[in-house]
Design a protein around this ligand. Structure first.
Ligand code: NDP
Ligand code: OXD
Length: 315
């Protein structure tokens, strides 16, 4: 029987090359890509879209680390063992998301889609440009990412509102919560930014009915949607319907019901949709692995883990 090596990590990822993660996690730890014949010797799992059922076969597992801030890909495993699930909270990832949100908000506000299309036709044509304090940006989800995005948007001058599950106070942000807070929040929002997790309560929330409650008489020429949360939050057929009947003016979508976005999706070629390939805030091993290793060290020292997911809430 082989000697038990403490701190052995199972790295189980789908959709990208694990080598960089494996190399960096190997600093002081043995890292395997499959449990092989020593499933009982695995202490930690570092996962992105792991094979469901795999983690239930690891009797010595102490904690599961999500490679992303979202943990829907972990919690959807029906056989998830009852150990802490740790998600990413990292300044590097947060900054990437802030950059993306500021980029898309300012582009919609300053009519980027319109001007790019006018340039392509050689048209010298101006369009209304209300100043940022006259533009209301509503953020669905004021967590780590939503709060940081709000702060950056406030610094530029936008009128920022936010919606959460539980009541929250955030400096400079008009906050709303729960079902009763959603309609007043939407009615006062010109540009909607979605930074919610995907949970049973949020699935499909961005539908035609929700979009129709946004403010449209705002000087921007209509309401705009930015979704960088999860694709399963949105109903793409409803977004297309809303774009085509004027309920929605434009959309920036980073996440999709099916990823990669199928080649035949009409979203690819819609003139008022800006598509990015789930790239708003990509997890970077260089920045995130040291945080994971520090958490494992905390656990080994008997200290509590940080950023542990609330499994009942789903995020
Ligand atoms: P947090 O867990 O810190 O925040 C989640 C926020 O959503 C909280 O404000 C929470 O409310 C709110 N929320 C959750 N459920 C509901 C609900 N039912 N009704 C209303 N509000 C709700 O998450 P992060 O900010 O770190 O990340 C948000 C999401 O961003 C991730 O789950 C992931 O899906 C996505 N993401 C996407 C990336 C990309 O590249 N596109 C990169 C990274 C993350 P409350 O404050 O009351 O708890
Ligand atoms: C995440 C993501 O959840 O990249 O971090 O989507």
């Amino acid at each position: 029987m082989s000697e038990r090596k403490p701190g052995r990590i199972l790295l189980s990822v789908q959709g990208f090359e694990p080598k960089k993660w494996q190399d960096l996690l190997s600093a002081g730890h043995e890292v395997v890509l499959s449990p092989g014949g020593e499933a009982d010797a695995i202490d930690y799992a570092v996962v992105w879209k792991h094979e469901h059922g795999l983690l239930a076969k690891l009797p010595g597992l102490k904690a599961i680390f999500s490679i992303g801030a979202g943990v829907d890909h972990v919690l959807s495993d029906p056989d998830l063992p009852d150990v802490p699930v740790v998600r990413v909270v990292a300044s590097n990832l947060t900054q990437h998301m802030v950059d993306y949100v500021v980029w898309r908000v300012t582009d919609h506000h300053r009519q980027g889609i319109f001007y790019r299309s006018e340039q392509a036709r050689g048209n010298w044509r101006d369009r209304t440009q209300p100043p940022s304090p006259d533009v209301s940006v509503g953020i669905l989800g004021l967590g780590e990412l939503g709060r940081a995005a709000a702060k950056a948007l406030i610094a530029i001058g936008y009128d920022v509102k936010g919606w959460t599950r539980t009541p929250r106070t955030v400096d400079g942000v008009e906050t709303f919560s729960g079902d009763e807070g959603l309609t007043p929040f939407l009615n006062a929002t010109d540009i909607l930014v979605v930074l919610l997790p995907h949970t049973p309560a949020t699935e499909g929330i961005v539908d035609y009915e929700l979009l129709s409650r946004l403010r449209r008489d705002n000087g921007l020429g209509g309401a705009c949607l930015i979704n960088a949360g999860r694709g399963k939050l949105q109903k793409e057929a409803d977004i297309l319907r809303a774009l085509d009947d004027g309920t929605l003016k434009e959309a920036s979508l980073d996440v999709f019901e099916t990823e990669p976005l199928p080649r035949l999706s009409p979203l690819w070629s819609h003139p008022r949709v800006f598509v990015t390939p789930h790239a708003a805030a990509t997890s970077d091993a260089t920045h995130l692995v040291p945080l994971m290793l520090e958490q494992m060290a905390r656990l080994e020292r008997g200290e509590p883990l940080q950023n542990v997911v609330d499994r009942a809430a789903g995020y």
